[in-house]
Design a protein around this ligand. Structure first.
Ligand code: NZQ
Ligand code: ZN
Length: 391
């Protein structure tokens, strides 16, 4: 196990009706004027936004609102939010929605207290200062409710890039699984895929002797395999939703990623797909991961064989561990297809002729120098082959 530090001070309020604590929690964490940030309208239609506003009013906390965050959130609305916060003297940002809304809120939080262009943070500058952020989560997926990360797409050039820093870890996150019951099945499945991706990105490590985090990841993957079909079959299954929601948080607040190197090549390769085609991030990952895994499998066949046996119930073939490894990758892909995720470029809406462009932005865009690195280092030729495997 490698040396690590782990600081994850988010307060979680979990369960039915937890959103009614929003006003008191904002006050407890020092907010006196709030920006409520939300997406394209699901929280308006469900009545959640009204309940959150009432909770703030009951706690005597004034607020302004900014809606309209799109999935794969854009830089334009972030600039607008920063202006609004400065003008209105906002000192706390409350994101009500999914990962896109939370990420946009985090970008606004960092940009409001920074003199330069907020995009600096998405070009590699660590975030050390930001307004406090709270969240009311409506989809189990990105894990942004417990993570120090934010992913934004710069409209100029359509670069989708991440920024990080403990300053943007939410001060509190409200997780009411019942709020996820209004999700369309496709979004539920895309969210589940993203959660499993966050687990695989950590599982694919070059660190040795990481049994505790291996076992935590396997437990969370097994939970997702068990619970996801139950919510696809019955969207109102509160308990299955609850297990998925907490798994989503644990998958990405890094409690199961400490002390080990991590991969993130699948995420980087996928981000170009959701930037260019505006597909759901989870759906892009469903197509990306099997291709990446097959391509890099031989770097450490036993790692893939281990997850195949422990999570996917494959028989270990000691003479040909690559057979077991491949069976595990296939079982994972079949599972993703069974919950309604796409399996190839066509189903995702991606085009073969765009591959050179995808590779160029991936490996050369925004300061990159010809490769991406994680479990293995992938150059432009590797990335081209991986995108071709998705056709
Ligand atoms: O915009 P509204 O109307 O709210 O609709 C959303 C959106 O269309 C809808 N939705 C959310 N909750 C709902 C609901 N519809 C009905 N009922 C509900 N309860 O679902 C759609 C997707 O929402 P979005 O916020 O985009 O989903 P998700 O949480 O999957 O976030 C995806 C974004 O997070 C980034 C992704 O790249 C992507 O941009 N990621 C962020 C990470 C982080 N900050 O740590 C890590 C992840 O790996 C990921 O990259
Ligand atoms: Zn993700």
């Amino acid at each position: 196990m490698e040396n690590f530090s782990f600081y994850s001070p988010t307060y979680f309020a979990f369960g039915k009706g937890a959103e009614n604590q929003a006003g008191n929690l904002v006050k407890q964490f020092g907010g006196s004027k709030v920006l409520i940030h939300f997406g394209g309208g699901s929280v308006v239609r469900s009545g959640l936004l009204d309940r959150v506003k009432k909770s703030l009013a009951d706690a005597d906390v004034p607020f302004v609102e900014l809606g309209g965050v799109k999935p794969n959130p854009r830089s334009g609305l972030v600039y607008e939010g920063i202006e609004l916060c400065k003008k209105e003297g906002v000192d706390f940002i409350l994101a009500v929605g999914g990962g896109s809304t939370i990420d946009s809120a985090k970008a606004i939080a960092a940009g409001t207290v920074y003199d330069g262009d907020f995009w600096d943070f998405y070009s590699g500058k660590p975030i050390t200062k930001a307004l406090p952020v709270g969240t009311v989560l409506t989809i189990a997926a990105a894990g942004s409710e417990g993570s120090p990360d934010s992913v934004i797409t710069k409209e100029e050039g359509m670069f989708k890039r991440g920024a990080s820093g403990n300053a943007i870890r939410p001060k509190f996150s409200i997780l009411n699984p019942a709020l996820t019951q209004t999700l369309p099945a496709y979004q539920t499945a895309a969210g589940a895929t993203d959660i499993m991706a966050h687990l695989y990105e950590r599982y694919l490590t070059n660190s040795k002797e990481v049994e505790v985090t291996d076992r935590l990841i396997e437990a969370l993957l097994l939970t997702m395999v068990h619970e996801t079909p139950r919510v696809i079959e019955n969207p109102d299954n509160y308990d299955a939703r609850a297990n998925i929601m907490w798994a989503g948080m644990m998958a990405h607040n890094n409690s199961c990623g400490v002390g080990r190197s991590q991969d993130w090549n699948s995420h980087n390769i996928e981000h170009e797909l959701s930037a260019l085609y505006d597909c759901a991030h989870g759906a892009g990952l469903a197509v990306t991961m099997p291709a990446v895994f097959k391509y890099v499998m031989h770097h450490n066949v036993m790692r893939f064989a281990q997850v195949a046996v422990r999570v996917w119930g494959c028989q270990m073939d000691f003479e040909h561990p690559e057979v077991t490894a491949l069976a595990g990758i296939k079982a994972f892909q079949n599972f993703l297809i069974s919950i309604g995720m796409p399996k190839n470029f066509e189903e995702l809406g991606a085009k073969e002729e765009d591959i050179p462009k995808l590779v160029s932005v991936l490996c050369r865009g925004d300061g990159r120098t010809g490769s991406i690195s994680g479990f293995v280092t992938l150059n432009e030729e590797d990335c081209t082959k991986i995108y071709q495997m998705m056709i």
